[in-house]
Design a protein around this ligand. Structure first.
Ligand code: TMP
Length: 247
């Protein structure tokens, strides 16, 4: 890793300059944080699982016509991606009430919503990622109106696909977070793609039969069996966790 130029170190990933112009390498760590960095820990093997789960989902989504930043997985913990200017929004989809929505509105977790909700948070740790309404996004010029429409359209399609994908392996997709970016070599720099990752770190998955949580809530809430839950999600997705090239 040492010869690569580090661009940014986040809570769960490190970004390095890629081998070609306008590419980056995402390196997936085992580090886990919750509640905006207040709770810190590691989940052994998480980086490998999240790299491989993200690979599988990005490939399937691009087959479906959703543009993504993903190019290819390079190793157990690294994937090559197109570089993007991240739109500083966390795009959250809720199919069933859980987490902050349950808390904010005093609704029981597990209450099914009649229709999925798409909401946005400003991606700003110092401000605690506050919920941001669409008119504020436009007024602050975080995204243009046509971009927001495109993001919501892609997000709705992604939700339909992923709910089916997880239902087929006995997991209910409760909610999840996506991030989008503008390709740095896109036409006028305005070509929007799905970026970041999709993994049990940024979604809630409940086992249909047992109701068991199979995602990062096991870490957030000290439920135990965190590694096992991540492994089980990977196993059900048909992902091999045989170590290929751990250093
Ligand atoms: P919330 O219920 O805490 O608002 O989270 C909604 C979904 O978004 C849940 O699947 C976890 C995910 N999420 C992230 O990926 N990153 C974050 O920083 C937060 C707050 C939530």
């Amino acid at each position: 890793m040492s010869q690569k130029e580090m661009l940014y170190e986040g809570k769960a990933k490190i970004l390095y300059k890629g081998p070609k112009p306008n590419t980056i390498i995402q390196y997936f760590k085992d580090d886990a944080t919750a509640f905006n960095n207040v709770k810190k820990g590691t989940i052994a093997g998480k980086g490998i699982i999240n790299n491989k789960v993200t690979e599988l989902i990005m490939i399937r989504l691009s087959q479906l016509g959703i543009p993504t930043h993903f190019i290819e997985r390079m190793s157990d913990r690294e994937q090559l991606c197109h570089s993007v200017d991240i739109i500083p929004l966390e795009v959250i989809v809720r199919n069933t009430v859980a987490g902050s929505m349950a808390k904010t509105f005093g609704i029981e977790e597990g209450t099914r919503l009649p229709n999925p909700i798409i909401e946005f948070s400003l991606k700003d740790d110092d401000l605690g990622d506050p919920l941001i309404p669409e008119n504020h996004i436009l007024a602050l010029e975080l995204a243009q109106e046509d971009e927001l429409i495109e993001i919501m359209d892609m997000t709705a399609k992604i939700n339909v696909f992923l709910r089916g994908l997880f239902a087929a392996i006995g997991l209910e997709l409760i909610d999840f977070k996506l991030e989008f970016g503008r390709l740095t070599d896109g036409e006028d720099g305005h070509f929007i793609v799905l970026a970041d990752e999709f993994s049990p770190d940024n979604c809630r998955l409940w086992d249909y039969e047992t109701g068991e949580k199979m995602d990062k809530d096991r870490f957030r809430r000290d439920l135990g069996g965190v590694e096992e839950a991540y492994q089980e999600v990977a196993r059900r997705l048909g992902i091999s966790l045989e170590v290929e090239d751990e250093e």
